[in-house]
Write a protein that binds this ligand. Structure first.
Ligand code: ARG
Length: 449
């Protein structure tokens, strides 16, 4: 059979192995709507320069709408010879309207066509992803607002450090997502550039109005250089980098929630026993998106060696992008669902607060009495050690015990042992006080508007 394959190639027919190697339809068919949208706009532009009569134009447009409907209804019949979404749509158009279908591609090339499709497709997905991301942030903000008074231990190095508000923790992740939102909004203008009319590489000899085309398709600007227009894929690299960073944030949030769901205090404080799977999946899916970064590193390697304009190597841009888009969209939705339905056991969270998380407040107490922090820190540490040796809580030590550590302790010491007061004391911007949490909520709501 090997001989036959080679034989096939020499007779000028594409051998089946090469055909399969070359064929992108199985994955690029998802761009069918973008492809048809681009073609309808292109037919209009050809009509404006007199290449198509108005009658021809409406026949082509009607035909394209039929093809679109076939895809939408799942009735499009793929033929073995269809190579990609562009050739498949054109083949079907010509079946429907005859040789006139062959006029559509006048002055156009699959090179400007595929770049247009990719950008259009990504713009649409990016808008949906933006909505999903906003939805996630909104749920986090609403939840934080409602559960502002729930306290829990904040961790450093996986050890309980200081008391914080649950809302403060939630909002910390919301701020990462708000940066993702900003970054997404900032990269969109670089996706929203129209390559249509760049032709194979040198531009359009029928002088179609490229600004009209861009406007028809909703692009913000026009690729100013045809070689660049057909050859640029930076917007895909950029989107993959964006999605990897956003996935990192989903993963870190999931990790926090997994940690807070463990039984480290003998009782799980955020019982996700029913579905820690969702959190672990979110954490796990990030690996998949980073995997696309690896593919991206490979794609960058391809790009750096590519001569100008379109090269078939660029077909390799699709699968990593599609996979990243799918994973990140689903992850935002799942994360939103997790945050919306998560059960918070305020009581257990509160029980997890042990007096040792107030050790910093104890040191601060002495600071207020004029002792240098480096010393107070040390004294506080000794108080914690003393309580530990007595197997009691910090606030079970007597005033005499405290005085034995430092003479500046007096009977107002017991004001220190109040978690709420500790949280409220942190009232400069970014702190855990109620007012500062409200401020965060207001900032995030402002971003969502
Ligand atoms: N399927 C190709 C891609 O995805 C379309 C462009 C083909 N153009 C060409 N000159 N071979 O990149």
């Amino acid at each position: 059979t090997k001989q036959k394959l080679w034989g096939g190639r020499f007779t000028g027919k594409t051998d089946p192995l090469m055909h399969a190697f070359n064929q992108s339809l199985k994955y690029d068919q998802r761009m069918y709507a973008a492809d048809i949208k681009g073609s309808i706009a292109y037919a209009k532009s050809l009509t404006r320069v007199g290449i198509l009569t108005p009658e021809e134009s409406s026949k082509i447009t009607d035909g394209l709408r039929t093809v679109l409907k076939e895809w939408q209804d799942g009735k499009f019949q793929i033929q073995t010879d269809d190579e990609d979404i562009h050739t498949a749509n054109e083949r079907r158009l010509s079946e429907l309207i005859g040789p006139l279908g062959g006029k559509l591609h006048t002055g156009r090339s699959r090179n400007d066509q595929v770049a247009t499709d990719m950008r259009l497709w990504l713009l649409e997905e990016a808008t949906e992803i933006e909505t999903g991301l906003k939805g996630l942030i909104r749920v986090m903000v609403e939840r934080a607002d409602k559960e502002k008074d729930i306290l829990l231990p904040g961790y450093t190095h996986l050890q309980r450090g200081q008391p914080i508000r649950w809302s403060h923790l939630l909002l910390s992740h919301a701020f990462s997502f708000s940066s993702d939102l900003q970054r997404l909004q900032q990269l969109i203008p670089r996706v929203s550039v129209s390559p249509l009319g760049c032709g194979a590489l040198a531009g359009n000899p029928f002088v179609v109005d490229r600004e009209f085309l861009a406007k028809e398709l909703g692009f913000q600007s026009v690729a100013e250089n045809s070689l660049w227009g057909v050859g640029d894929r930076d917007f895909i690299v950029e989107f993959l980098m964006w999605s990897s960073l956003a996935m990192t944030h989903i993963s870190r949030m999931a990790e926090d929630l997994v940690v807070y769901s463990t039984a480290d205090t003998g009782s799980s404080i955020m019982p996700q026993k029913k579905n820690p799977d969702s959190l672990e999946l979110l954490r796990g899916k990030s690996g998949r998106v980073f995997g696309n970064m690896d593919q991206m590193a490979g794609f960058l390697m391809t790009l750096k060696g590519l001569p100008s304009t379109y090269n078939k190597d660029l077909q390799e841009d699709k699968e990593p992008l599609f996979d990243a888009v799918d994973t990140i969209s689903a992850s935002f939705q799942i994360a939103e669902g997790v945050i919306a339905t998560l059960e918070v056991h305020a009581e257990k969270m509160h029980q997890a607060l042990t007096m040792d998380v107030l050790a910093t407040d104890l040191a601060d107490y002495l600071v207020r009495k004029g002792i240098p922090f480096r010393e107070t820190h040390h004294i506080s540490g000794r108080a914690v050690a003393l309580a530990e040796s007595r197997k009691c809580q910090l606030n079970d030590l007597s005033l005499k015990d405290f005085k034995s550590l430092n003479s500046n302790f007096s009977d107002d010491i017991h004001d220190v042992f109040d978690f709420e007061a500790s949280v409220e004391r942190r009232e400069s911007i970014g702190g855990t006080s109620r007012k500062m949490v409200d401020r965060q909520i207001a900032v995030l709501r402002g971003i969502l508007e």
